[in-house]
Design a protein around this ligand. Structure first.
Ligand SMILES: Cc1cc2nc3c(=O)[nH]c(=O)nc-3n(C[C@H](O)[C@H](O)[C@H](O)COP(=O)(O)OP(=O)(O)OC[C@H]3O[C@@H](n4cnc5c(N)ncnc54)[C@H](O)[C@@H]3O)c2cc1C
Length: 426
């Protein structure tokens, strides 16, 4: 009996260093690659869960992936609606014998996985979104240290190296016979009209997709920016002060492992310093928020998170609305919220400042802030977004019990000449 498989692309929209897709392609006689769009519901007034910045970036990435798959005589089918019904219809028509996909252990993504498992077709999932492999962790992920510094020290003391990345498949199995098209014909896909991404605001737009991701990292290294990253990473304005890897990482146009390998090559060739190490250090934060999900799962998504002594919150919609609209009256906050709305991006420092302001100054529910970020950020990543919001709210694993940022102090340190505020407020 032939192996007729479905590969479900999730946040791994790439061919290079995609071990799951490589395995699916080598083990299948017939292979159907597909992507599922969850319904894009309204989350706040007329604002959708996936806002325009992410829609556009995602669309570009999907178009590029489709082109790459077509060049290997395959294709990418996009579906929307009820995931169980849609995949069942397709699996029945093609006689699928197995479904492969990347594992994502956030609550909604796990629910999707269990629906797919209910189809009764064998499923194979892969953990492949971290820089450090699960198998290399010096502890079971369920027992990982709560505190980031301890986690990092474990990794560093065991001298754990990032594994080598895997190549793109050089050829792909054929698609199922044309009959599968009938199962996907009536699938409604929302049109994305605005094809121009506004991220970043200063230069030619960055495009979603694997090619742009690879070109971006190449360019970043060519400019030798890793050597100055630590000194510039807290700036607010411009492109080169931080890596800007996040939009591509969030939907997997590039893997964290590949970035780590390229950084290592850079260090071997041009020398390592504290700054180049610091990019690895930040990518390890990304891994940390992912691995924490193995330990705490859904508890990270409830109002008080892991906090046994939470502060009382009186969420106020009017105050929340001033924050969302960049009309709180605090100029730094308002500048940040407008930058986010207009471009889909905010520096890490501004994310911390506006999140702290919503939680501690406006006394609003952190989950509403996290939801707003989800809709606006071009680089929304479920693990990093929830992890960082919880951390600032003091409902995660921060040993200091939360981070409050004083906006007067932050103004003096990061925008003393008002350049940032002037750009976004005028
Ligand atoms: C409230 C809040 C919400 C956030 N939401 C997201 C999100 O949805 N998606 C997202 O990718 N990042 C999120 N971050 C983390 C961080 O702000 C962004 O990753 C970073 O600003 C992206 O820009 P960059 O690629 O230039 O980062 P760089 O400073 O160049 O860092 C390099 C890479 O390291 C990782 N990284 C850096 N800082 C963090 C961090 N604090 N936590 C996890 N990973 C990190 C990212 O993958 C980033 O691309 C959030 C931070 C805060 C405070």
């Amino acid at each position: 009996m032939p192996n007729i498989t479905i590969y479900w692309f999730r946040n791994d929209l790439r061919l290079l260093d995609n071990p799951a897709f490589l395995k699916a392609s080598t083990e299948s006689d017939i292979l159907l690659p597909l992507f599922y769009h969850p319904n894009n519901d309204l989350i706040y007034k007329s604002v959708k869960r996936v806002g325009i910045h992410r829609q556009v970036f995602l669309k570009q990435a999907l178009n590029e992936l489709k082109t790459s798959l077509k060049s290997l005589n395959s294709d990418l089918i996009e579906i929307q609606g009820n995931i169980f019904d849609q995949i069942k219809k397709i699996a029945d028509v093609i006689g699928a014998t197995k479904i492969f996909f990347e594992k994502i252990i956030a609550p909604e993504e796990l629910e999707q996985e269990s629906l797919i498992r209910n189809l009764g077709i064998p499923v194979e999932t892969f953990w492949q979104s971290t820089m450090i492999d699960l198998s290399e962790l010096p502890f079971e992920p369920q027992n990982m240290p709560d505190i980031f510094t301890e986690f990092r020290k474990h990794i560093e003391s065991k001298k754990i190296q990032t594994k080598m990345w895997v190549p793109s498949p050089s050829k792909l199995p054929p698609l199922p016979s044309k009959r599968f098209k009938s199962a996907t014909n009536n699938i409604f896909l929302e049109e994305i009209k605005n094809e121009k991404s506004s991220f970043p605001y200063l230069e030619n737009q960055f495009l979603g997709g694997e090619k742009s991701a690879l070109a971006h990292i190449e360019n970043y290294l060519l400019k030798k920016l890793p050597h100055s990253y630590k000194e510039t990473r807290n700036q607010l304005l411009g492109i080169d002060f931080s890596t800007k890897f996040s939009p591509w990482l969030s939907i997997g146009c590039i893997s964290a492992k590949y970035i780590a390998a390229k950084l290592k090559e850079f260090e071997d060739q041009f020398g390592a310093n504290e700054s180049s190490y610091w990019i690895w250090f930040e990518l390890l934060w990304r891994d940390y928020f992912r691995f924490l999900h193995f330990k705490y799962g859904k508890n990270l998504y409830i109002k008080n998170g892991l906090n046994k002594n939470p502060i009382n919150i009186n969420h106020n919609e009017d105050k929340f609305e001033t924050w969302v609209n960049g009309r709180t009256g605090n100029q730094l906050i308002d500048a940040g919220m407008r930058e986010l709305f207009l471009t889909g991006y905010l520096s890490n420092r501004m994310r911390q400042i506006v999140a702290s302001y919503l939680i501690y100054d406006l006394e609003c529910d952190w989950r509403k802030g996290a939801q707003w970020f989800e809709s606006q950020l071009v680089d929304y990543d479920v693990y990093s977004n929830h992890g960082n919001w919880l951390y600032i709210a003091g409902n995660g694993t921060d040993p200091r019990g939360g981070r409050r940022f004083n906006t007067t102090k932050q103004n003096l340190e990061h925008d003393p000449n008002n350049a940032y505020k002037n750009l976004w407020l005028n």
